[in-house]
Structures are given as structure tokens and as C-alpha cells.
Design a protein around this ligand. Structure first.
Ligand code: NAD
Length: 273
């Protein structure tokens, strides 16, 4: 634990955290839950809205305009936070971009664009912030992969490539950093109601219709995903290293056979043709 924030309580009391892509969506929810649990949080994003998101979280939150693909910017933020607080305890590599294009329509430039943010951004975060954690022999890194880091999906060739890569890099970092007291794990969300997954801001009751064939039978909220990050950031997960935590309402748990016992209500009776 670093030096600042000693008066607060909570599961992350006094821990210094960076959350990337925190202007909105899951990143903003993670930052909020971290603050509620007593952490000092640096919210970073390319969107200027990150300033307002941080301001709303109170004095333990600060904002940085930051492109995760920019190595020099990573080094500046790491150095500033380390000088101010004595070290960084938690890094959440959450920033990500999505693109829907089938494989034949995906250009190499499209693929490189997603790789740059989702893969290079996560890599740089682990390298720059992880180095300080390894030197201090403590820390937790949580990488936001996806349900799409477990299985393929049509129109998501580039995105799936990046999320499998995040899952794989997490394992390597867990193996290399673990002996130095630094834990690295991945979270695999699916169906979380954020601007990325729901850009038209469709009301939840309509969205839920599309999820009737999954175990949860509904979409998930950003806070439900953020709670997984709290666990992996906290000392409660002290024996989790290279673990994959799915928070996807059962999306990747398997599938139902229509009309057989155990299927949800919407899949009982004869299958509509
Ligand atoms: N919403 C879901 O159902 C879902 C499912 C699986 C995985 N994810 C992953 O969760 C993470 C958060 O997604 P979200 O749903 O909150 O999406 P979102 O689009 O609402 O939020 C992503 C944030 O990342 C920021 N960002 C994008 N490029 C950046 C860059 N180069 N540098 C810094 N910040 C950048 C965006 O400005 C945005 O604020 C992403 O990595 C995404 O791939 C989301």
C-alpha cells in the first residue's frame, strides 16, 4: 500500500490506482467503485469528459488526458503519481475500441488501429507501471479483455484478435511478475450496458429481450462488471494470478438446447421456425 489516503476505509483503502478509458462506461464505473472502496484513483482517457467524470468523484480522483498507445505519456503519468504517492498499487487496463467488420472487409489498417489501442496500450501499461510495481514488490494489474477473448464472433475479427491477445499477455505477465509480488489477471465482460455496447442508448427493457437466451436473461450494468475489478484489485484476490474472470451473464458458459429441461422460459416448447 502506498503512503497517501490513510484516513479512509474500504477494500482498497489507501491504494493508488490508474484506470484507463475512465471517462465513461465501465472505466468510469470502475473508478467510482474504487473511490467508494477507499482508493486514490487517476482516471485517464482520450476524451476530455474524463475531467468531469473525475471531478464528480471527489478529491481522491484526478484526471489525465492520455492515449494509451502513447508511451511517453504513460511514463509521465507513472512518474507523476509515483512522485506524489510513493507508488502505484493498482493498474486497470480498461481502454478499448470496437469495430464491426467481417473478415473480408477488414483492412490491415483496421486491424492495426485496434491492435494499437487494445494490445499495445495494455502492453505499455503493464510494462511502464508494472516495472515500478516489480521494483516495489507489490501491485495488482487487471486487464479488461472480453467474452470475445474466449471465442470467435462474426464481424469481430480484429476485435477478437486483440482480446485474445490481452488474455494471453495477461498470462505471461502473471508468470513473470508473480515471483516479484505483482499479480496480473483478466476480466472478461460481455453484454455490459455501456456506450460501446449500446451506442444508441436503447432502454434496458428492450436490450434485455436480446439476452433472454442467456443464463442471466438480461444485460449487465457497468457496476456489476466493476465489482469484479474491485475484487481482483484488492488483497482479497491474493492467490489469483493469471486468472480469467467472466462477467457476462453466462454468455460464454455454453448454450441451451431448445425445449429440453433446464432451458430458460423463452426457449421452452417447440422451436419457432
Ligand atoms: N461493454 C461491453 O459489453 C464489453 C464487453 C467486453 C469487453 N469490453 C471492454 O471493456 C472495456 C471498456 O469498454 P466500455 O464498454 O466501457 O466502452 P466505452 O466505449 O464506453 O469506454 C471505453 C473508453 O475507452 C476510451 N478510449 C478509447 N481509446 C482510447 C485510447 N487510445 N486511450 C485512452 N482511452 C481510450 C474511450 O474514450 C472510452 O471512454 C473495453 O476494453 C472493451 O473492449 C466491453
Amino acid at each position: 500500500m502506498s503512503t497517501s489516503g490513510s484516513a479512509v476505509s474500504g477494500r482498497l483503502a489507501g491504494k493508488v490506482a490508474i484506470v484507463t478509458g475512465a471517462a465513461r462506461g465501465m472505466g468510469a464505473a470502475i473508478a467510482q467503485r474504487f473511490i467508494e472502496e477507499g482508493a486514490i484513483v487517476a482516471l485517464t482517457d482520450v476524451l476530455p469528459e474524463v475531467q468531469a467524470t473525475a471531478a464528480a468523484l471527489g478529491p481522491r480522483a484526478t484526471a489525465y488526458l492520455h492515449d494509451v498507445a502513447d508511451e511517453a505519456c504513460w511514463r509521465e503519468i507513472e512518474a507523476e503519481l509515483t512522485a506524489k504517492h510513493g507508488g502505484i498499487d493498482v493498474l486497470v487496463n480498461n481502454a478499448g475500441v470496437l469495430m464491426f467488420k467481417d473478415l473480408l472487409s477488414t483492412s490491415a489498417a483496421d486491424l492495426r488501429k485496434l491492435l494499437e489501442v487494445n494490445v499495445v496500450g495494455t502492453f505499455l501499461g503493464m510494462q511502464v507501471v508494472g516495472a515500478g510495481m516489480v521494483a516495489r514488490k507489490r501491485g495488482s494489474i487487471v486487464n479488461n479483455s472480453s467474452a470475445d477473448g474466449f471465442e470467435g464472433a462474426n464481424s469481430l475479427c480484429a476485435y477478437v484478435a486483440t482480446k485474445f491477445a490481452v488474455r494471453g499477455m495477461t498470462k505471461v505477465a502473471a508468470l513473470e511478475f508473480g515471483p516479484h509480488g505483482v499479480r496480473v489477471n483478466s476480466v472478461h465482460p460481455g453484454g455490459i450496458n455501456t456506450p460501446m455496447a449500446n451506442p444508441q442508448n436503447v432502454p434496458v427493457e428492450y436490450l434485455n429481450q436480446a439476452f433472454r437466451q442467456y443464463a442471466a436473461g438480461r444485460v449487465g450494468s457497468p457496476v456489476e462488471a466493476a465489482n469484479c475489478f474491485v475484487f481482483l484489485a484488492s488483497d482479497e484476490s491474493s492467490y489469483c494470478m493469471g486468472a480469467e474472470l467472466a462477467v457476462d451473464g453466462g454468455l460464454t458458459a455454453g448454450h441451451y438446447y431448445w425445449g429440453f429441461p433446464g432451458a430458460p422460459e423463452g426457449m421452452q416448447g417447440p422451436r419457432p421456425v
